[in-house]
Design a protein around this ligand. Structure first.
Ligand code: ATP
Length: 240
């Protein structure tokens, strides 16, 4: 079996050029709406991991949760507005072009088609990562990309046994190693802890309170102009 421990970092090779170009970061999410808890950690990863770019990919139909309050197009617009002017941030609409649930394994396969020679880094918050073993074809994810886990306030450890078993042979501590292989490593990378969630922002807006300073002004202006998230979602009646 391939073993990550055999990988050699740039520092260990006396600064020899790594074999691959700078990796591409991939941050998938519902982004209902996007907020500073996504943006600030992403910027830190862009810089600390020396990524070529980070592609923010809103899902069309979330595979593991209820229907978002905004349409996929509205959430994509918010992503575009929020990242405006930030070099290295890219809004990627590929999940909006695909029918059916937005499975990450399909997204990574399509990214691998587009970027054959570049390492891919799937960025996941630690809360989402702890459920990775429930994702569709989850064990195939590392065939397409590295996984970078950013710690999120409140997220608990330890992980499920199946996930621990998955992590053990893939775990790396040196971010330089991300450029020595196109995929397959798992890195736990500290980021500034911002206890912000889209749930909290939706709840504030539904109550008529302001979520100002939790998300970019550009995104908030769009939300206010269209009176979005004004009332709690209307739940479908339960039929027995
Ligand atoms: P919701 O509150 O509706 O569940 P959310 O705020 O968790 O939404 P998502 O769009 O579901 O936002 O998150 C996309 C990705 O960003 C996930 O991997 C999630 O773990 C991560 N993430 C979201 N908020 C934070 C945060 N404050 N710090 C670190 N990671 C985060």
């Amino acid at each position: 079996m391939w073993c990550w421990v055999t990988a050699i970092s740039a520092s260990e090779t006396g600064g020899l050029k790594p074999p691959h170009p700078r990796p591409i970061g991939i941050l998938g999410g519902t982004f209902d709406p996007i907020h500073h808890g996504h943006l600030r950690p992403a910027l830190e990863l862009l810089e600390t991991l020396d990524l070529a770019e980070i592609r923010f990919i809103p899902c069309r139909i979330p595979a593991h949760r209820g229907t978002p309050q905004l349409t996929a197009e509205q959430r994509l617009t918010l992503v575009r507005l929020a990242m405006r002017g930030q070099p290295g941030f890219v809004a990627d609409d590929r999940e909006l072009q695909r029918a059916g649930p937005s499975f990450m394994v399909d997204t990574l396969a399509s990214l691998r088609e587009d970027f054959r020679e570049q390492p891919l880094c799937l960025i996941i918050g630690s809360d989402a990562f702890r459920n990775l073993h429930t994702w569709h074809r989850w064990q195939e994810l590392s065939q397409f990309a590295h996984i970078v886990v950013m710690r999120r306030p409140g997220a608990l450890q330890p992980f499920a046994a199946a996930l621990e078993k998955f992590i053990a042979p893939r775990r790396i501590d040196d971010a330089c190693a991300l450029r020595h292989q196109l995929a397959g490593a798992i890195l736990f990378q500290p980021v500034t802890q911002l206890d912000i969630s889209a749930t909290q922002i939706r709840a504030l807006l539904a109550r008529g309170h302001s979520p100002r300073f939790l998300l970019p002004e550009t995104a908030l202006a769009y939300i206010h102009d269209r009176a979005l998230y004004r009332s709690p979602p209307i739940l479908a009646p339960i039929t027995s």
